[in-house]
Design a protein around this ligand. Structure first.
Ligand SMILES: *Cc1c(COP(=O)(O)O)cnc(C)c1O
Length: 461
């Protein structure tokens, strides 16, 4: 299997190259040259298998010869062995029309653990073959940081630097990062806001000398390997669903369009999915695009579902590539239109193709609170605000068969949940320790020079 960039289909790359590069040099996103298509028999067999078997069968389609059979199986096992549920991502039935896929049983209680656990092992393995080291720098406003720190801790070929805005993330989120004791991980608080952190990361990536010097790698959802790993739980969901031949919609709390794009690939591989439903808060660039055909950037607004507070959904470029008939020149044109005019428009044909596979909805902050309360009153389930938004759209759009992806545990957003139901959701037992352990944080000014020299110095050690 080879890969190319959404903006240039002439150059081909191996899986090893794209997992280390993260983002293509032309600014595009890597995408497999073709999507593997599974036969009905193979799908039926997968749907009667356990999580690790499904993961192995799906992932090997995309990694080809990169990992030996036993090694890939072992990495998958090590990644999910410690999850707090035997089925890794259990499906919970709420009523005949609605089930919830719980993606929060990993170490930091959010779905990002699923991809990051395996991604870290794959990167470490690929690096060890060439005896090279790499550094990872990421900016976090919430769940990505914790998942990255926990996954990359003690991986011997990698130095991880996580930047977060000081005083602007919740205590749970901070402690999931700061209490991990590992020499290869540095948690850095920045005097500034999230945009400052993200701008620093962008500047460092654009500084080619520096980036090459410390072998900079990206692990946010633009990295194809994360999408690939997330395809697995769409199959796992249907393997737990009775009567899956019915037309099922997956409703996905969406920010960067990574998680839902994995569902789109699952559908292209042959999994019987009816619609993929984009669920957002009032930052609804994708819903507006689906309804009008115009993809237009507005300022992002702060809400009680912070993982969806985004302006641009980076992974939408991967879908755009399909909508534009895999014509990378046209993708390039649309993306430069976006950066000069802040918007682009889809043709009627492109929009129809989008609508054939997707639907969308959005929910405001007050509605989010009400949905958390209704769900608790009705079925004694405590859900987080992101999950609540997806549940709300299930009811609003009156779907008959829905699986909602629950992207985080309620205890990660205790203030909003308490506001809704008057209960402070408890952390699962294994996670409680984060309140007893010592925190390790380095504070730096929002200054590229200072951060650069800090990283250079620590990369060598
Ligand atoms: C990251 C995140 C999302 C958004 O996922 P994307 O892949 O960026 O669309 C949704 N909910 C929660 C809780 C998250 O942490």
């Amino acid at each position: 299997m080879f890969y190319f960039s959404t903006r240039d289909t002439n150059k081909k790359f191996t899986f090893e190259e794209i997992i280390l590069n993260g983002l293509a040099e032309d600014g595009g996103l890597y995408i497999p040259e073709r999507t593997p298509n599974l036969k009905e028999n193979d799908i039926n067999e997968l749907l009667s298998s356990d999580y690790e078997t499904i993961a192995y069968e799906i992932i090997k389609q995309f990694t080809g010869e990169t990992f030996k059979v036993d090694l890939l199986k072992e990495m998958i096992h090590d990644s999910y062995n410690s999850f707090r549920s035997d089925c890794v991502t259990p499906l919970r039935k709420i009523d005949d029309a609605l089930s919830i896929l719980e993606l929060f049983h990993g170490p930091t209680l959010a779905f990002k653990d699923l991809a990051m656990q395996l991604l870290s092992r794959m990167i470490d393995e690929v690096l060890s073959r060439t005896r090279s080291k790499a550094s990872i720098i990421c900016a976090t406003s919430g769940d990505t940081g914790g998942a990255a720190v926990t996954s990359f801790a003690n991986k011997k070929n990698i130095k991880l630097f996580v930047l977060y805005p000081k005083g602007r993330i919740s205590e749970v989120q901070r402690r999931f990062m700061s209490t991990v004791q590992a020499d290869n991980v540095k948690v850095i608080s920045i005097d500034g806001n999230f945009d400052d952190c993200q701008n620093i990361v962008k500047t460092l990536f654009n500084d080619r000398d520096f980036a090459n010097n410390v072998r900079l790698t990206a692990v946010n959802s633009i990295n194809w390997a994360r999408i690939m790993i997330q395809i697995v739980y769409y199959f796992s969901a249907l393997s737990q669903y009775k009567g899956y031949e019915k037309n099922i919609n997956f409703i996905v709390p969406t920010g960067n369009f990574g998680d839902i794009f994995a569902g789109y690939i699952a559908k292209k591989m042959g999994l019987p999915i009816h619609k993929l439903v984009v669920a957002t808060n009032i930052n609804n660039i994708l819903e507006r695009c689906l309804k009008t055909g115009i993809y237009e950037v507005f300022d992002s607004i702060k809400t009680n579902s912070p993982s969806m507070d985004i302006q641009i959904s980076s992974n939408f470029e991967r879908l755009l590539f399909d909508l534009l008939n895999m014509n990378s020149t046209n993708v390039d044109k649309k993306m430069s239109e976006l950066s000069t005019n802040g918007k682009f428009e889809l043709s009627k044909f492109e929009l129809d193709t989008f609508k054939n596979n997707f639907d969308a909805g959005s929910i405001n902050q007050d509605e989010t609170i009400k949905i958390i309360k209704d769900m608790y009153d009705k079925s004694h389930q405590i859900i987080d605000p992101h999950t609540a938004i997806a549940v709300g759209i299930h009811y609003k759009n009156r779907y008959k068969n829905s699986i909602v992806l629950s992207t985080a545990h309620a205890a990660k957003f205790p203030d909003t949940v308490e506001q809704a139901i008057g209960i402070n959701p408890e952390l699962p037992i294994m996670s409680e320790d984060i309140y007893k352990m010592q925190e390790n944080i380095i504070n730096l000014k929002s200054d590229v020079g200072e951060i650069k020299s800090y990283i250079k110095k620590n990369f060598r050690e």
